[in-house]
Design a binder for this molecule. Structure first.
Ligand SMILES: O=C(COP(=O)(O)O)NO
Length: 249
């Protein structure tokens, strides 16, 4: 049984009501491959999540871009996993490099978040990726393995986890990883899962790529055997996101 292609759209901290209406229109009117072929999940900012969920065609799911690490309560400004479940938001992105770098989210904190979100019934897009300095020092696999280990030590069931490899040096820079660069790390992650979790988890877990994916570069990336899809930032706000959704067909 192959891994179903997965395309996520991370809108990040972007959007006005007019812009959101335009993006939803693009998504609802675009000719996209069937849900038998591709799983599509878009991730608006929290404030637009319920309205986007209510307006999107049923084939497209939604994700939050983050959630709190434990049960809700006196944590001003946070949004809990329980709230997302209550709103029938099925997915959450966790461990994005922008939160790791800007907000100091450690590997252990991200691991705890993934474990708690899964425990509440959410499905998780778990982000890993190295900085340019780490890549240039040859420590890419050490870094992404440590990030993945911090998750693996805290969860038992990988069924509802998608791993997103997002090299920090490719995010928002236009410097997309080459297909071979992406394949090398995805293969390394799959081997890590096989050695440290199980052959079944390694085979079934989708490992998706993020970092300057566009309608122009997605096809050759999608052609790589261990690239199971994408987590798209900037291009997910544009009509070319439809091409990226269809890139596996
Ligand atoms: O951060 C990203 C990628 O962003 P870009 O596609 O804009 O590089 N996905 O979560």
């Amino acid at each position: 049984m192959g891994r179903k292609f997965f395309v996520g759209g991370n809108w990040k901290c972007n959007g006005t009501t007019d812009q959101v209406d335009k993006i939803v229109k693009i998504l609802n009117e675009g000719q996209i491959a069937s849900t038998d072929v591709v799983e599509v999940v878009v991730s608006p900012p929290y404030v637009f999540l319920p309205v986007v969920k209510s307006q999107l065609r049923p084939e497209i799911q939604v994700a939050a871009q983050n959630c709190w690490v434990k049960k809700g309560g006196a944590f001003t400004g946070e949004v809990s996993a329980e709230m997302l479940v209550n709103l029938s938001i099925p997915w959450v992105i966790l461990g994005h490099s922008e939160r790791r770098s800007l907000l100091g989210e450690s590997n252990e904190f991200v691991g705890d978040k993934v474990a708690y979100a899964l425990s509440q019934g959410l499905k998780v897009i778990a982000c890993v990726g190295e900085t340019l300095e780490q890549r240039e020092s040859g420590s890419t696999m050490d870094v992404v393995a440590a990030q993945t280990k911090a998750i693996s030590e805290r969860i038992k069931d990988w069924t509802n986890v998608v791993v997103a490899y997002e090299p920090v040096w490719a995010i928002g820079t236009g410097k997309v990883a080459t297909p071979d660069q992406a394949q090398e790390v995805h293969d390394g992650l799959r081997k890590w899962l096989a050695a440290n979790v199980s052959a079944e988890v390694a085979e079934s877990t989708r490992i998706i790529y993020g970092g300057s994916v566009t309608g122009a570069n997605c096809k050759e990336l999608a052609a790589k055997p261990d690239v199971d899809g994408f987590l798209v930032g900037g291009a997910s706000l544009k009509p070319e996101f439809i091409d990226i959704i269809n890139s596996a067909t």
